[in-house]
Design a protein around this ligand. Structure first.
Ligand code: HEM
Length: 159
């Protein structure tokens, strides 16, 4: 009798462990990228650092159209809009209110080389904030999906 009771309590313990890990797995699966990144305050901090980097990036500022926009566009507004966009596409409750990526960048003649310089800065920022590899990969994937709308000028001819 005692051994049956012992076996039963082992079974109950095993079932509990299985249930608990299944619940955790479910929760993990359901957490949006927005939540995994830490929500709007964390995302705004990442965007802030990233845009500060872009503003002093020599590769980007060698493009006269980008340099002109840098002087004309208030950086607080740009950070706000990029934050809104990142929040929305990662599953946050915010709604992006700016232009399409095509309309916002078409006058900037952004090249492949400039795109690569932006991605390099983005990675430096993500590492600075210790964003885990999985979340970095997802974010970089989202950014990459906008490339066809943003990179307009051919890489050749500009060095
Ligand atoms: C090399 C790459 C990029 C450069 C040099 C760049 C630069 C700029 C500049 C200068 C503006 C202001 C344009 C203006 O108002 O005249 C702008 C706007 C914006 N960019 Fe980018 N950008 C790049 C990539 C991206 C990416 C990858 C995203 C998001 C995934 C993004 C999101 C935005 C947003 C949301 C705005 C504001 C649009 C609005 O307010 O209507 N940009 N960008």
């Amino acid at each position: 009798m005692q051994s049956i009771a012992k076996r039963n309590s082992l079974l109950v313990a095993a079932a509990f462990v299985l249930l608990t890990s299944a619940t955790f797995a479910q929760e993990k699966k359901q957490a949006s990228l927005y939540d995994r990144l830490g929500g709007v305050y964390a995302i705004a901090s990442v965007v802030d650092d990233f845009i500060e980097r872009l503003l002093v990036n020599d590769v980007l500022n060698a493009n006269p159209a980008i340099k002109e926009a840098r002087a004309r566009v208030p950086k607080a507004g740009l950070k706000y809009r990029v934050t809104e966009l990142v929040c929305q596409v990662t599953g946050g409750p915010q709604k992006y209110t700016g232009r399409s990526m095509k309309d916002a960048h078409k006058h900037l003649n952004i090249t492949e080389k400039e795109w690569d310089a932006m991605v390099a800065d983005f990675k430096v920022t993500l590492n600075k904030f210790k964003v885990p590899a999985k979340e970095q990969e997802e974010l970089i994937g989202i950014v990459a999906s906008t490339k066809p709308d943003i990179v307009m000028a051919p890489a050749a001819g500009k060095k």
